[in-house]
Design a protein around this ligand. Sequence first.
Ligand code: 2NL
Length: 349
Amino acid sequence: MNLQDYLNEAESIEREGGVALTAAPDIDALEQARIAFLGDRQGRVKALQEALRGISKEDKPAAGKRFNEARTRLEALLAERKTALSRAVAGASGEDLTLPARRQWLGAKHPVTLVIEEIEGIFRELGFSIAQGPEAESDWYNFGALNFPPNHPALDAHDTLYLEGEGLLRTHTSPVQVRTLQRYEPPIRVLIPGNVYRRDFFDASHAPMFAQIEGLCVDEGISFVDLKSTLNQFAERFFGAAKTRFRPSFFPFTEPSAEMDVQCGICGGTGCAACKGTGWIEILGSGMVHPNVLEAAGVDSEKYTGWAFGMGPGRIAISRYGIPDIRILYDSDVRFLERIAQPTGGATT
Ligand code: 2NL
């Protein structure tokens, strides 16, 4: 064979082999094309290699170079087509069975629920029971029994959502504590999580409905020492070994009253954006149950004393997870839940 014929033959093998390999519709067709062109026994590339023997000595380098080009090119096309075909294994109706499945979103607990459940767990271990009560309440349970004077601003229709006819939407979970005091003899240790309502605008820091947790402990000989030690124990468990401080405060239903702050866990007390530069985060309000509250619920205030506290798990969730706007807590946007909440199941398909 002269050089020109050899180069022409190499050219047509490369072209025809290229078409056969590139156009192979499936793995079987590709294998047929491979055998026809790159097969060891009867492949046309093998024949082309054997034809080199009949080329004159001076033309051999040029012919050999062309042979190598054609073989390398066809091997590359084979590998390329193989990858493409194995990536797209078609299902019965043509769908790509190798396409990765979408991850399933199995739902997650809301950050406020996570905070409530963690607080419940800590107080359960401290001997508290969990109680619930109605969200639509009477004036007496929400205000009257709790030592609110009749002209207190909280009673105003500007602050409280009154129902048509009688009753209102509870503004705190304290009515459940009053109901507990009426129903059970001390010793009482009870924790009350629930939603409460205020007539507020819905903005970055207020919502007309939010979660509250209150706690109550009533027995003979209960003192402020019990309040401080229990709430310190809670803070240590919930926030880690954080320092607390108590500041004097006022609530109609407690006397004396105190707010508890926890040293900011983000800056360690030096002051940062999370604690507004103060080094402390306000956690809860508390106090010794006012004797008028005990008496209103039918508890002998000469025999029994108690302490109580109230806190907003939403606010705690916001500082714990760095949520910039409380409205996010109410949006039901799964992208937010997916980022912050703990998935309830971990399966992916
Ligand atoms: C706050 C403050 C507080 C209570 C709630 C209470 C209930 C009864 C008697 C006495 Cl029946 N006290 N609850 C006491 C002190 C503070 O809440 O800042 N809540 C978000």
